[in-house]
Design a protein around this ligand. Structure first.
Ligand SMILES: Cc1ncc(C[n+]2csc(CCOP(=O)(O)OP(=O)(O)O)c2C)c(N)n1
Ligand SMILES: [Mg+2]
Length: 340
């Protein structure tokens, strides 16, 4: 067997990781295609380039763990177990959507899958996730929280306040920085005095590591270690997954300001085809197996797009339903329910 795939601990099911990545890549391509064709009028932020980071995080988290994501959320949602059709339907503002069409693509919530919030406010999800980590610590049932955010978010004040509190209280949380090297139209090198973002976490006294986010297995190992660390009660962990944004900031925008050479070099590392190649070269999966997965994913994406457009739009009389919390629907421990 070729050593290409790397040494060290491995996910239990490599093909499942590939299938998640392919679902994100193809599912997003269909969604972005609908925006660009004028069939979908929504603010969609593609995750191209982050497929491996999302799939690895989804794999290391338990279904009962909490996740808070950003507006660039399709990959996190799918990897955490939210059905693609419900993600797409939310973009269309349809009843089938994760938020029954009332949130739109920047506000996905699926409590059953543990996707507790996504936010259009840069860095806004980080303190929310810290609150969930505090809840998990109080519940003491082995849950952890995780939150994803961009490189740009690490310069937001709330990010630093949340990091400090998490370190001080040794909260069970994994901070996952999706460093795609861009904050909207501004390159990391143009806004960060020190571009080593993992160092920011070390300054707060927490376990912190930077990893090649295009390499899904290295990322998985870093996240596995971080999640184990957080779950053991040793406090928070930070993973900076370094990738590159393989597309424009939003589905409807252009990427003319991104240096062509950098972009082309990053495209050579496109994570889903790269992982497919590695699985084949290492003999961990056969071409037939991977073709079967691709066919299954294409069928799922087609069904998801159809289910989204077939679902009716949300109606005005529903506007206030589910706006206030139904405590019974929130999966907290009996201790919390007793105090409610
Ligand atoms: C508090 C706040 N400031 C500014 C914006 C406008 N804005 C939207 S996305 C973005 C870039 C954020 O970059 P990064 O955190 O690296 O995330 P990425 O979009 O690259 O995933 C900005 C500045 C916002 N949504 N919220
Ligand atoms: Mg960024």
């Amino acid at each position: 067997m070729n050593e290409d795939i790397g040494d060290g601990p491995m996910p239990a099911d490599l093909c499942h990781i590939y299938e998640t990545m392919a679902t994100i890549t193809f599912g997003e391509a269909a969604t972005v295609g609908a925006v660009r064709a004028g069939r979908l009028n929504a603010a969609v932020y593609p995750v191209r380039g982050l497929e491996g980071v999302c799939a690895a995080l989804g794999d290391v988290l338990e279904p009962t763990d909490y996740l808070v994501s950003t507006y660039r959320n399709l990959g996190d949602a799918v990897a955490k177990g939210v059905p693609l059709k419900r993600v797409v339907a939310e973009s269309y503002g349809r009843k089938l959507g994760t938020s029954k069409g009332k949130g739109g693509p920047m506000h996905l919530v699926d409590v059953r899958a543990g996707l507790m919030a996504t936010s259009g406010i840069v860095g806004g999800g980080v303190p929310i996730a810290v609150g969930l980590a505090l809840a998990a610590q109080l519940d003491d049932e082995g849950q952890i929280a995780a939150t994803t955010f961009g490189d740009g978010a690490t310069s937001i004040g709330a990010f630093h306040e949340a990091m400090n509190l998490a370190a001080l209280w040794k909260l069970p949380i994994v901070f996952v920085c999706q460093n795609n090297q861009w904050g909207e139209h501004t390159a990391l090198s143009d806004y960060a005095g020190n571009p080593d973002l993992a160092e920011r976490a070390r300054a707060y006294g927490m376990h912190s590591i930077a990893v090649d986010g295009f390499d899904v297995l290295s990322t998985w190992r870093a996240l596995r270690e971080a999640a184990d660390h957080a779950r053991s009660g040793a406090g928070p962990a930070f993973v900076e997954a370094i990738t590159y944004r393989l597309g424009p900031h939003s589905a409807a925008s252009d990427r003319g300001y991104m240096p062509k050479d950098d972009f082309d070099a990053a495209m050579q590392r496109d994570p889903t085809p790269e992982f497919r190649r590695k699985l084949l070269e290492s003999g961990r999966a056969s071409a037939e197996e991977l073709d079967r997965i691709d066919a299954r994913v294409h069928a799922l994406v087609e069904d998801a797009m159809q289910a989204a457009v077939d679902s009716p739009p949300q109606t005005d009389d529903e506007l206030f339903t589910d706006v206030f919390a139904d405590r019974a629907a929130i999966p907290t421990s009996t201790k919390w329910k007793a105090n409610a």
